[in-house]
Design a protein around this ligand. Structure first.
Ligand code: FES
Ligand code: FES
Length: 159
């Protein structure tokens, strides 16, 4: 089947099998390998991308369901000139990654957390709750949570 979708602001017209998962389309057809596959049980969140303004697990969505939608992957988060998004800078500043495998999914989920809490007071427990769908197998959660809180604290930065 033929589908069209916008990925990282670029219109893509693709010929796919109806059973193709969105994560496979991103990685194998478009070469966007920043989106990872970390499980086959829809639990780990390594495959998290944005569909329109929602964070979704791209291993649980058929590519056909993304037809005519707007997808953003980790490759679309930094500015075109290569400067990092404030949440990426914050992960770097706070050592919010160890092996880095979960990091793209963590960043995509963090962006939605920032959007949700940027005008509000938020505590560590709430951030941990919001991250429940993303696993870090290195157990680097403290630094990840610190990265998000630090970014929120500096939310006069463009987030
Ligand atoms: S690969 Fe999608 S949740 Fe693990
Ligand atoms: S940094 Fe290693 S899995 Fe998260």
């Amino acid at each position: 089947m033929q589908i069209s979708l916008v990925v990282n602001d670029k219109l893509e017209n693709l010929d796919i099998e109806p059973r193709t998962l969105l994560v496979d389309l991103l990685r194998e057809k478009l070469g966007l390998t920043g989106t990872h596959v970390g499980c086959d049980t829809s639990q780990c969140g390594a495959c998290t991308v944005h569909m329109n303004s929602q964070a979704i697990k791209s291993c649980t969505v058929l590519a056909a369901q993304a037809a005519d939608q707007k997808i953003t992957t980790i490759e679309g988060v930094a500015s075109q000139d290569g400067s990092l998004h404030p949440i990426q800078e914050s992960f770097r500043r706070n050592h919010g990654l160890q092996c880095g495998f979960c990091t793209p999914g963590m960043i995509m989920t963090s962006l939605r957390i920032l959007e949700k809490y940027k005008e509000k007071k938020v505590d560590e427990e709430t951030i941990r709750h919001e991250l429940e769908g993303n696993f870090c197998r290195c157990t680097g959660y403290q630094s990840i949570v610190d990265s998000i809180l630090d970014c929120l604290k500096n939310s006069d930065e463009k987030i």
